[in-house]
Design a binder for this molecule. Sequence first.
Ligand code: HT7
Ligand code: ZN
Length: 850
Amino acid sequence: FTARYLSDYQVSNFSIATVDLTFELADTATIVTSTMAIKRENKNAKQLVLDGEQLKLVSLQINQQDLPESYYQVSDTQLALDISADEFILTIVTEIDPLNNTSLEGLFKSGGAFCTQCEAEGFRRITYYLDRPDVMSTFSTKVIADKKSYPYLLSNGNKTAAGDLPQGKHFTCWQDPHPKPCYLFAVVAGDFDLLEGSFTTQDKRNVALEIFVDKGNLPKAHHAMASLKKSMLWDEETFGLVYDLDIYMIVAVDFFNMGAMENKGLNVFNSKFVLADNESATDTDFFNIEAVIGHEYFHNWTGNRVTCRDWFQLSLKEGLTVFRDQQFSADMHSAPVNRIKNVRLLRSKQFAEDAGPMAHPIRPEKVLEMNNFYTLTVYEKGAEVIRMINTLLGAAKFRKGMDLYFARFDGMAVTCDDFINAMSDASGVDLVLFKAWYHQSGTPILSVEEGFSNEQYQLTLTQTNPSQKDGSEGKALHIPVAIELIENNKVIRRQLLELTSEQQTWTFDNFVEKPVLAVLADFSAPVKLSINQTDQELATVMAFADDEFCRWDAGQQLMLNYIKALIDDSSFALPNSLLTTYQAIFDANTDNAFKAEQLSLPSFDEVVAEIAQVDPIKVVNAIAAVKLFLVTGLTASFEKTFIDNKASAYKYSGEEVGQRALKNVCLSYLSLLEQQQSKVVEQYQSSDNMTDTLAALACSADNNLVDLAGQLQHFEQKWHSTALVMDKWFSLAAQQCSTNIFSSLDRLLAHPLFSLKNPNRARSLVGNFSVNNPRYFHCQSGQGYQFLAEQIALLNEINPQVASRLITPLIQFRSFDLPRQKLMRAELEKLTTLKNLSKDLKEKLDAALA
Ligand code: HT7
Ligand code: ZN
């Protein structure tokens, strides 16, 4: 396996103007014929080297003449051709085996349907090609298959022909007018139910919207369709971006490595992000479907029309598109609650990645396996970086920057620098220093020092940036820090400070007494904050900051301080003042969804990110102790809020989602008290919706309540034939906080509905155990680590991409105490000896064990 470096980038020696593909679909022997119009761009380049993996080469022709064997060499990864002509037609016929392709890259089968996944480098598993994003071609595709089994034959662009063939076969031809890199190519063939809709663009064109789902699932596709229409309208209204084909198709499949894929005009989605109805989907499912549909749709401009020059630039499209989908969700729902959720994800998962062995800048510089770089850093931190540009420029100039970016680069494959230069040129804002966010890894620590004398308030901000992988020191970044100053319980000053060196001091005049600081309003930068605020100051921010994020975050900081105190000393006595502060959350006139976030304590991962080499069980115990203290002291408030927010029949609306969230947070607290646990049973029995059912089940699993077994059995009986709901069942069963968990896990692995070949299933059981059952994943015996490592070893053969994602909690062993480190390392070392260790796992194991 050889690493690739950003610094080695070179333009392609050859271009491909057009590619005509014919797929003769068959389970184990699909024939792909590719005819390409190729031109030599670099006269010094002798050989044309095409990428290709797991292909059987059937034939090869140049300008319709067979190419003698002495003119080409085939290896496991390449086809090298010696061709003297500068322009020629190359026809390659390959054979592939979709049925046995469990990696779900290239052409594979999901249930009965054929389906492709080409990003990042899956197209090379379909045919020999220049599989790189800066080679853009016009694609036309003919798909041939049995008509009865595969009535729908789909590809990118517009349908140009269709007809019947002998032996019960038929064909469909597609032409995509937009040149594109091969990672955006797609083919799907299957028997589906089709939900049809339409959208009229602002320039009055009619776009046919088609959502393909497994037979019987049509009623579950309406929310996805509504979400698509909202996304299309939002992009027109917010960014002036209009859809550019006559048809937009979405296909939902059950076997999929990630959430969804933005193939031009033919998105393929994990069915989890399409299918929903009131009985089987949670509020979170409804929310996520809208967000993911939005994300893939927004890629049509940020990703497809303007794409990446090379994969190191992935954040060019992903960071920007995540930022766009976050803004979309904020506009559709509560902006502050969305922001809080974004920050929770960043703090719990991205901060850990940035502190772990696979830490990389949002624009990585070295890659062994590209699939390993679809990370929280590239996506979520990447979105934070775009958000900072938005903050520094202001919304109007940011929009001007976006307009200039499209004016300059439409139809091109470009770099992150191109994007920033467009932003800077359009706005006149200097972003030279800012660019360091693209090449520096690690989470900056922002330290805050306050001073007050002679009616002057002094604020000193210091940034510390972690040293880099190459041993170099972390450099000062351009950090926007939005603050509020509160005097007499009122915000009297709001300002955006720009920290551009290691340390800067700001002075604010005319204060009678020292104001209270609310810092990082709206979480204006992806940094860790180091600040000493008293409980009283934090309570003031919680109650009186204008910025909702700051109000929420002050509560989190307060709780974090006490969780840390309990980790240091488990007998630490929590003060009753905490109860007063928490009671104020109940009493405030704020919306329910926000209250629910305020009442939710920092998660296990968020706490781990704050403490070096921590004993994980101490973290679990400390969080549980704070929770118990609060519910014991404020039982009546939790109970009243729980009862007051019981909604009637299920409806997915902002108001009711908030009510359910608040009610279920209260239930989670109350379930710690034996005398309140009947509420869990009652909610499970009376629930008419998945959100409440799962909330009750989670209480039973987290507290190992006696009713859990019966509830799981009842749930299984009711839902055994609904795959997405059974994923939830496996997740919950894996979350059970019980000493019997390991025998339960063995039973779950042997369950007839369990299969490691289905990524959703594998993630539900294996992923959820290792992420959401910290007491047993980190148990002293090391059994939790062993369980995960064993499943990863199996997945290494089946699906390296999924294996490589699931290994995350093990490679982050340095966050934990030395005994855990030793146990985790031992499992990682065992994995290094696997027979066919994939590139994906090798890259991570090498980094972790270095
Ligand atoms: N651009 C896509 C990224 C992706 C992917 C999707 C499905 C399966 C494998 C994949 N590898 C990379 C998804 C997105 O960000 O929208
Ligand atoms: Zn994306």
